[in-house]
Design a protein around this ligand. Structure first.
Ligand SMILES: C[S@@+](CC[C@H](N)C(=O)[O-])C[C@H]1O[C@@H](n2cnc3c(N)ncnc32)[C@H](O)[C@@H]1O
Length: 199
């Protein structure tokens, strides 16, 4: 096995604090408003800020991350919030927790999967989604590249994320840039953000 594509497992272990904080992302908050409830799969859930938020909103949540240290912190966050989440330490490109799901969600994670894996796994994530269910993803694109902590990213090309959803109703699709300073230097990442509904 080569070096890990994502540097975050090491960071979760090295830093005692919550690297991504404990407050949910704006993206998670917005998608939660779009569903009455149901089952959520949070792919690359990290230290659990969004998974715990969905659970606190009454969703039944499965959080998957390749980092045991991240999931350890996520467990503590869930305990502190008094919610139950099903935590899975696994490679999201290989292992698929049993569905069906009403929401498959990822924030900043899927670009760590090689493109050939994405081509295989997106249809599987779609197949375990209920009719009428949603997918929400934010991924890095190749417009504005900033390599952080030696990470190995297969940047999405313009329109690439959207193309996985050709036969879904795409409710929102936007390519933009976000500010970040996780390595101590303020920088930007270009991203694509999608919300789509299965017909
Ligand atoms: C930028 S962090 C975002 C974490 C979380 N979604 C959040 O917003 O707080 C990306 C996450 O993807 C996870 N990750 C990377 N490759 C993965 C894989 N193949 N399977 C599961 N998780 C993975 C990393 O461990 C890391 O927690």
């Amino acid at each position: 096995m080569g070096r890990p594509r994502s540097p975050w497992a090491q960071e979760y272990q090295r830093r005692p604090e919550y690297v991504w904080g404990t407050e949910p992302t704006t993206f998670a908050r917005r998608i939660a408003e779009m569903l009455p409830g149901g089952r959520v799969l949070d792919l690359g859930c990290g230290e659990g800020r969004d998974a715990v938020f969905f659970a606190a909103r009454g969703f039944r949540v499965t959080g998957v991350d390749v980092s045991a240290a991240g999931i350890g912190k996520a467990r503590r966050l869930a305990r502190a919030a008094g919610v139950r989440v099903r935590w899975v330490v696994a490679d999201m490109g290989r292992s698929l927790p049993r569905g069906p799901y009403d929401l498959v969600f990822s924030c900043g994670a899927v670009h760590y999967l090689p493109r050939r894996v994405r081509d295989r796994i997106f249809p599987r994530w779609q197949a375990v989604t209920q009719p009428g269910g949603l997918h929400g993803h934010i991924v890095f694109t190749d417009r504005e590249v900033y390599v952080e902590k030696g990470e190995i990213v297969e940047y999405f090309r313009p329109g690439e994320l959207r193309n996985y959803y050709g036969d879904w109703e795409v409710l929102e699709y936007e390519e933009s840039a976000i500010a970040c300073a996780q390595d101590g230097t303020p920088h930007r990442h270009s991203v694509a953000q999608l919300i789509a509904r299965r017909g």
